[in-house]
Write a protein that binds this ligand. Sequence first.
Ligand SMILES: [Zn+2]
Ligand SMILES: [Zn+2]
Length: 376
Amino acid sequence: MWISVTLTSPEQIPLAAVGRGPITYRRSIIVGPRQIEFEDVALPEPGPHQVLVRVAAAALCTWEQRVYAGIDTWSYPLVGGHEFSGEVTAVGSGVAQPLAPGDQVAVAGLRRCGECWACRRGYDNVCDNQHAVTRQPGRPWGPSGFGQYALVDGYQVYRYPRAVSTLEAALAEPLACVLHDVKRFTPRRGDTAVIVGAGIMGLLHLAVLRSSGAVVVVSEPDPVRRAKALEMGADATIDPSTDEYVAAVHRLTDGRGASVTYVAIGAPSAIELAVQAAAKRGVVSVYASVHPRGTTIQVDPNVFHHKEVMLSGSLAQDHEDFLDAVWSIAHHTIDLKPLLSATFPLDDLAQAFAAAARPDTYRVFITPNTTISIPL
Ligand SMILES: [Zn+2]
Ligand SMILES: [Zn+2]
């Protein structure tokens, strides 16, 4: 199901400087499985190198969904919301980029230190210290998009060069992750790329790959999601619940196999099958995390020798991917509208989680400063 949405927030009035704006703001805290509390807290002033952002829209990603469902329990009490857009309201001293109150921005939720070996190598998506945020026991922490304001570091903030809808603007983070994967493993023109799973991440891969010149096949057991993939431009789909996956890939590629496979679901068997269905010099990218940690898979090592198949993966995004995502959204080179499912006000976060868990939704958003919302 896709609900059409009003793409411009009715509250796009730049807030005045902090001193003349509100002195408190509201935020949500996930304190335990299916337990959300709301609190009004003092609006902070940005310190050196910090930026205060008034949140326009924050998407519910799988991480927050797992925390809310009680699958990930390490992060309570969490102020979730790592995929969000907003408006700059105050800029601290020493922020190097030219930011001004009223600027529309996206925020990269992941932190990175800039000093570890991975950062210095240019792999800041796998920074050693991305989780080393200062957490005080029992005190709420987190990326903060599920609140009216978020205080973030200047390097996390990306300014939109031209105004875009607040919902699309909020998808810079997941789009950057997908761009990272596709840049690492790029199909050539005429290659067949297979996306396993037509959830939000699989469909974002499809949106990115549409202009690649590759034939794009989507494997997905859910008929509604398969239809969505076709609607978004997939060249073919596979129903792995009724069709044998490896045979189907071979049938669609004149027996060659898939040149690139993006496994966008956390299923070990899907990775095993993707390796079996890979073409010569084919690449399989494990895009989704597999739970529980320590899960193993079985592959015939001869595919690496005889067919030069490569099995790899990708995680999150680096600075350059984020820049690319913001540019792509600003210039409408990638159509994200089919993935916008519904919006909810901050106080309805629980209902938003319920909506996000439905198989017929893709991205569900919280709009913490707007009273108008579009439920399912
Ligand atoms: Zn995310
Ligand atoms: Zn680092």
